[in-house]
Design a protein around this ligand. Structure first.
Ligand code: K7E
Ligand code: RUQ
Ligand code: CUA
Ligand code: CA
Length: 638
């Protein structure tokens, strides 16, 4: 039986007290929090409430040929990619390579992808590892506009942009003076010009403090973190804010005026014990218009080699509300996650080490900046208990919020207005609406359209960090469990378990008609394209050789081509097949080359022809009954 809902948290209340006492060991992921959270606190809920389950579960079971109604964009964690899921089925439709090489499409092999990824002077990739956590899409009028998605790389502090017309990464930017780039959020509107009601900026939170500049002299001066703004169009870094404490996740307001990051290390500790020394940390707000005005007025500095303007966002420099660029709202112990409610009114911070959630009213934060609110903490309109280890919050658009409880292995559904009433003193206000055991230890969750004004309250996905016994064992590395939940009614109904390869964090779910993917490229978008197969050939300029090829199933335009040992070759392949789904591959044995060209796409590779011999270059992507015959010989003469 489920425990009584709050405010009488019952059994969980008791557990909370006990667990809080030893929270230090409980939250250490390496110490198998699963045994603390799931096994004792939430003894494996009988496989999700049967009865009401089966009818609803049919929703996730699409008939053959039936299409999903929602897209999901998932981060891939330390696989470094982005995943595309169809929902409600949960089927993985695509992986979009961005930060790390990908063997299927030849990302990191072609010159075009290497240019996006970044190379060292010798032409090799600058980085081959990444850790993607947060993915968000560009907005217009408070809803996704289908232009771009953005994703972070925590390891090497890079932001990637994905074009949602082709579902490909087209730009990657490395943030200066940042380590542990974690939270990311596009803005939704310009803070000054409401006519710009679409995304023009992306905010990025730097989690790890480092010496500024980080040049190898660690002289004991304080490490610092940065909040960064990237231009959504040029993908150049616009400005940075030097802050006290750290950044974790990031949220942006619907009116464009505010952005915020939750802070768990206001102590600015370098050991975890120090990072949990204070009872309260903060949610740090940024006044976007004022920051940009300060930069215009030249009130900035630069750090190290970076030319990016940096303004002062520290406590010290922002005491006067009327001129402050930032303000720090206090939030209980090591909060995680900050999420904007779809009504545009609140940012909600989850407690992580505190069993609470904190609701901050944005109008009051704006009042503080106008000098109309005496104490910034008066912007807190609720701070209520939810359960153990609250991390992330999603919304149904009907006034309810859903928060993951990592340690309790639950999702808790709670009503924001009722929580505010409870906080105001109405202790009869039952703000917890429902609790659902999930399997196990959930990190992020998100509901369909939750981070837009069009939150529709239909489905909720929960990224469970531990799957334990939920799938057939496949050795020591378990898949993760993305669970799908029906939230259309009062009670949550678990619909499906879905295994995913590690290690997704955040994701967004949106209606399928918000993107209009193109399935055939436009030849004119590729300056190197060979538009007529007759223009194929080998052009020699001393040692520099250009090979132009086209593909049309089941043949390449040249059946062989000759090179000389030592040639510096650039091979350009244009796929002249314009039929949807007709992709070709191009592999060169012993030269470590393989990549694909989609319909009307052009891609190139460069290599030194240093191994004489005959090499059967073949099509690796099944395209035709004569796919196996689709080959050309590269003859490298000694
Ligand atoms: Cu909670 Cu990187 Cu969003 Cu992971 S963070 S779960
Ligand atoms: S051949 S269909 Cu290797 Cu059987 Cu591919
Ligand atoms: Cu072309 Cu297979
Ligand atoms: Ca702390």
């Amino acid at each position: 039986a489920k425990p009584e809902v709050a405010p009488a948290l019952g059994r969980r209340k008791f557990l909370n007290t006990a667990a809080i006492a030893s929270i230090g060991t409980l939250v250490a992921c390496t110490e198998k929090p699963s045994s603390a959270g799931a096994s004792t606190a939430a003894p494996a809920s009988a496989p999700a409430a049967a009865g009401d389950h089966s009818a609803a579960a049919n929703a996730t079971h699409l008939k053959p040929g039936e299409l999903d109604t929602y897209y999901g964009l998932w981060s891939g964690g330390h696989t470094g990619d982005m995943r595309v899921l169809g929902l409600p089925s949960g089927r993985e439709l695509h992986r979009i390579p961005c930060f790390v090489p990908d063997a299927l499409v030849g990302w990191g092999v072609t010159n075009e992808s290497k240019k996006v990824m970044g190379t060292k002077p010798d032409g090799s990739l600058k980085y081959t590892v990444a850790d993607t956590h947060h993915t968000h899409a560009s907005y217009k009028d408070g809803n996704y506009d289908g232009r771009y998605a953005f994703i972070n790389d925590k390891i090497n502090s890079r932001i990637a942009r994905i074009r949602l017309d082709y579902f490909v990464c087209d730009k990657i930017t490395e943030l200066p003076n940042v380590q542990g780039f974690h939270g990311i959020f596009p803005d939704k509107c310009d803070p000054v010009d409401p006519k710009i009601n679409y995304t023009t900026r992306v905010f990025c939170g730097g989690e790890f403090a480092i010496p500024m500049p980080n040049t190898g002299t660690d002289d004991g001066t304080k490490y610092r973190s940065m909040f960064t703004c990237v231009d959504a169009e040029s993908m150049e870094v616009r400005w940075q804010v030097l802050i006290d404490g750290n950044c974790d996740l990031v949220a942006s307001s619907y009116d464009g005026k505010l952005a915020a990051t939750n802070q768990y290390n206001t102590e600015m500790g370098v050991h975890y014990e120090d990072m949990m020394a204070s009872e309260r940390d903060a949610c740090l707000f940024f006044n976007i218009a004022r920051i940009e005005a300060a930069i215009k007025a030249g009130k900035f500095k630069t750090i190290g080699d970076s030319k990016v303007p940096v303004v002062d966002g520290t406590h010290e420099g922002n005491k006067d509300p009327k001129t402050a660029l930032t303000t720090y709202v206090s939030v209980p112990k090591n909060p995680h996650g900050v999420n904007a409610s779809p009504d545009g009114k609140y940012f909600i911070c989850a407690g992580k080490l505190s069993p609470t959630t904190t609701v901050i009213e944005l109008n009051k934060v704006l009042d503080w900046f106008e000098g109309k609110l005496e104490k910034i903490d008066d912007a807190i309109v609720a701070e209520v208990e939810l359960g153990l280890g609250p991390l992330h919050t999603a919304f149904d658009g009907r006034g309810n919020a859903f928060t993951t409880l990592f340690l309790d292995s639950q999702v808790v559904k709670w009503n924001v207005d009722a929580a505010i009433k409870f906080h105001k003193g109405d202790k009869a206000s039952k703000y917890v609406v429902d609790r659902l055991d999930v399997q196990y230890q959930p990190g992020h969750l998100n509901a369909s359209q939750s981070e837009t004004k069009a939150a529709d309250g239909k489905y909720l996905a929960v990224g469970c960090k531990f799957s334990k016994d939920r799938f057939l064992p496949v050795g020591p590395l378990h898949p993760e469990n993305e669970q799908f939940i029906d939230i259309s009614g009062e009670k949550m109904i678990l619909l499906a378990d879905h295994p995913v390869r590690g290690e997704p964090h955040d994701f967004i779910i949106f209606k399928r008609d918000l993107v209009r993917p193109k399935q055939v490229y436009n030849l004119d978008e590729f300056p190197l394209a060979t538009k007529d197969p007759k223009d194929s050939g080998v052009v020699r300029n001393g040692k520099k050789v250009t090979v132009r090829l086209t593909s049309q199933a089941p043949a390449f335009s040249m059946r062989e081509f000759k090179l000389k040992k030592g040639d510096e070759v650039t091979l350009i392949l244009t796929n002249l097949d314009k039929i949807e789904d007709l992709t070709h591959g191009f592999a060169i044995p012993k030269y470590n080359v393989n990549f694909i060209v989609n319909p009307l796409e052009t891609a190139s590779v460069s290599f030194i022809a240093d191994k004489p011999g005959v090499y059967w270059c073949y099509c690796t992507h099944f395209c035709h009954a004569l796919h196996l015959e689709m080959r050309t010989r590269m003859i490298v003469e000694a």
